[in-house]
Design a binder for this molecule. Structure first.
Ligand SMILES: [Zn+2]
Length: 340
């Protein structure tokens, strides 16, 4: 296993390969990029190679004690810190006490002792200041890795003392390469996940491919949604309630349902305006979406698209998300006074 086995992020791979080959390892790294982009995968690979006691160039050996224990998720030289279940912050105590204790001892089996902080933006200012002490004078054998969705939430003093590794959105070619690889691995469950759907939903983010290809429920909910949409636009309460169940606001796993709803409405809108043969994302529902476009009409669909998009964008910060979704669905079922 090496970086070359991971798909995409060529700049990041080159940068980290160079560090590992020359052995000039820094003591602090921040892996940053959007949720699902692969920060953890790349950081884990980097950490494994850095900890390996028998590294060849940039590749870990997979046989030394460090490699074997990491493989079984059981290497005491690696401390992983994340927010406790249900908590949105990483406490200052964990940063001050756990990290200080971890880096106070030389590694047992590995070339480095590593602390990896997941969702580092969940450290508040006090926690980040506590971390700064270790950042300033780390022992030779210690390495601190932060994974961070949003760099803006990190203190300048932290950022300026770390090497920033920025993961960027993947190209559609890279997305399709992973899609084909996964399709080869699990052909049975991914029947209706088409390349168009994958590229459109992934939007450059590798993790989203797993979301729809590992989970048969995602495709099932998409089929259900396609059947419910005509009823929703006719103002059916049953259709509205069923879509409410599909979105399942509390689960917070509604990204794909929202994506499906937005892309269905967009496709129906495009078909109603530009005709049956226009290129769409959900080509497997072409007939149904053409019919929806015909019955609802271009302008009402266009308004609907804006309504759904706005609700989706504000959902995460909405105190009463359930009510917001309910209002959105009711609005979609209403014809405006002008008859649209
Ligand atoms: Zn090794």
């Amino acid at each position: 296993m090496a970086f070359s086995d991971l798909l995409g992020q060529n700049e990041v791979k080159e940068k980290l390969n160079r560090v590992l080959e020359t052995g000039k390892l820094g003591h602090a790294y921040i892996f940053t990029g959007e949720r699902g982009i692969g920060k953890k995968t790349f950081a884990r690979e980097f950490v494994s190679a850095a900890m390996c006691t028998n590294r060849h160039g940039s590749e870990r050996c997979c046989r030394c004690k460090s490699c074997t224990y990491l493989e079984s998720e059981n290497n005491p030289d690696l401390l992983v810190i994340s927010a406790d279940d249900g908590k949105s912050v990483i406490s200052v105590d964990r940063i001050r006490d756990d990290i200080r204790e971890a880096v106070s001892k030389a590694p047992n089996f590995s070339a480095k002792r590593v602390v990896l902080v997941e969702s580092a933006e969940k450290m508040n200012e006090a926690a980040q200041n506590a971390l700064l002490k270790t950042f300033e004078e780390p022992p030779e054998y210690a390495m601190i890795i932060l994974l961070c969705d949003n760099l803006l939430q990190m203190l300048e003093t932290i950022k300026s003392r770390a090497v920033i590794v920025e993961l960027r959105r993947n190209t559609n070619e890279e997305i399709l390469a992973k899609y084909r690889k996964k399709q080869g691995e699990a052909a049975a469950s991914s029947g209706d996940v088409t390349p168009e759907l994958v590229c459109s939903y992934a939007d450059g983010i590798m993790g989203r491919i797993d979301e729809i290809m590992n989970d048969g429920d995602a495709m099932e909910s998409r089929r259900t949604l396609s059947k419910l949409l005509p009823g929703l636009f006719e103002g059916s309460i049953e259709a509205k309630n069923s879509i409410m169940d599909l979105i399942d606001v509390k689960s917070k796993k509604y990204d794909f349902v929202f994506f499906s709803m937005i892309s269905f409405v967009r496709d129906a809108m495009v078909l109603s305006r530009f005709g049956m043969r226009t290129k769409i994302i959900n080509a497997d529902f072409r007939d149904a979406l053409h019919a929806l476009g015909g019955s609802v009409g271009y302008y009402r669909l266009k308004n609907a698209l804006e309504t759904i998009d706005e609700c989706y964008k504000n959902l995460a910060k909405n105190a009463n998300a359930e009510l917001a979704v309910d209002n959105m669905l009711i609005k979609l079922g209403m014809r405006t006074a002008s008859g649209y």
